[in-house]
Design a protein around this ligand. Structure first.
Ligand code: 0X9
Ligand code: ZN
Length: 323
């Protein structure tokens, strides 16, 4: 990426995925979970497959707890995909030599959606401050303000507060819940890997992390956020959600809070994962800028957040319980 040599492009990210799989076929595989909007419409732009990189030692049978981590749903949030890609490489390249990486891959699965909005990301790679997908049906087919905000398009409480119904706005929610193919792909995939863990009442001592954790990684603001985003009402079992969130925040030294405390949002990834499935779900806001310079990424954002991801992964197999 011009001026940001430490961040891989969409194509470079996919090439890195293919290289990992070629070098370590027993540990790494990829799953095509759907198509980007440009690929679906095939309107002159080639578009992209949405690719989940799955990491686990396939010689040890499951079921295993699953860490799902998605990055770059907002196109300009460069640091997020690079963190996730390097985390994958840390795991796979450490297998057999690093005892932590080895244990994590033997006993857990990692489902990493590195480029969640590849069409938008290609716009950002030209230097535009692009956030949404590139759907030409919203705000005019050639406008740089077009598209839907995928992190307002998710089905749980879609159309609530903190989401715009104006097509040119950066938080445009789309015309209907899950109207965008990127949203549909993520919802369908996440629902395919996790059972419905929803606590049926607030006395249930879930959520625990035995089935997994859902992470959506954004930038920027140095925050660890948990549901809900659309109300100050505490989520069911929020004490347990909050405790894991605070511990993740200890590792990256970011400020932990319920996401509505930042500002109201609805139709988001994490609220949908927690609201529809009950899987513990967090949004992490990395760093101090969208177009963060490489020196800052290498010295601060990457090391503190790979520590946070490693901690989150280590917490998977042990049921997370209230004291
Ligand atoms: O507004 C957003 O989508 C996120 N911030 S960003 O600057 N990356 O766009 C924050 C979302 C917080 N709300 C939830 N996680 N529900
Ligand atoms: Zn974002």
């Amino acid at each position: 990426i011009p001026g940001f040599a430490c961040y891989r492009t969409v194509e470079e990210t996919q090439a890195s995925v293919d290289a990992l799989i070629a070098a370590h076929p027993q540990l790494a595989s990829k799953i095509d979970i759907g198509d980007s909007w440009e690929k679906v419409t095939a309107g002159g732009n080639p578009g992209y497959d949405l690719v989940v990189l799955k990491l686990t030692n396939s010689a040890i049978p499951g079921p295993k707890p699953k860490l799902f981590a998605m990055t770059a749903i907002h196109a300009r949030e460069y640091t997020t995909a690079e963190l996730n890609t390097r985390f994958a490489e840390w795991l796979v390249n450490g297998y057999g030599s690093d005892p932590e990486a080895t244990w994590l891959l033997d006993h857990n699965e990692f489902h990493l959606l590195l480029q969640s909005n590849p069409d938008g990301r290609k716009k950002a790679e030209t230097g535009l401050s692009w956030r949404k997908n590139t759907n030409t049906a919203y705000c005019g087919s050639t406008s740089n303000s077009r598209g839907a905000d995928l992190n307002r398009n998710f089905p749980f409480h879609w159309g609530g507060p903190g989401a715009s119904n104006s097509q040119c706005d950066d938080t445009y929610r789309g015309p209907a819940a899950a109207s965008e193919p990127e949203t549909q792909a993520v919802v369908n995939y996440v629902e395919s890997i996790y059972p419905d863990l929803r606590p049926d009442d607030t006395t249930t001592p879930a959520p625990d992390t035995t089935q997994g954790v859902f992470l959506d990684i954004h930038s920027f603001s140095q925050l660890v956020l948990w549901p809900w985003g659309d109300t100050t009402t505490l989520a069911p079992n929020s004490a347990a959600l909050e405790m894991l969130g605070r511990r993740i925040g200890w590792f990256n030294n970011y400020d932990p809070q319920q996401s509505v405390g930042l500002y109201a949002t609805s139709g988001t990834t994490d609220d949908t994962a927690y609201g529809r499935l009950g899987v513990p779900a967090y949004t992490i806001e990395l760093g101090v800028a969208f177009f963060e310079n490489c020196a800052s990424f290498e010295s601060s954002t990457y090391p503190r957040n790979v520590d946070a991801l490693r901690y989150t992964a280590r917490s998977l197999a042990a049921p997370y319980k209230l004291p």
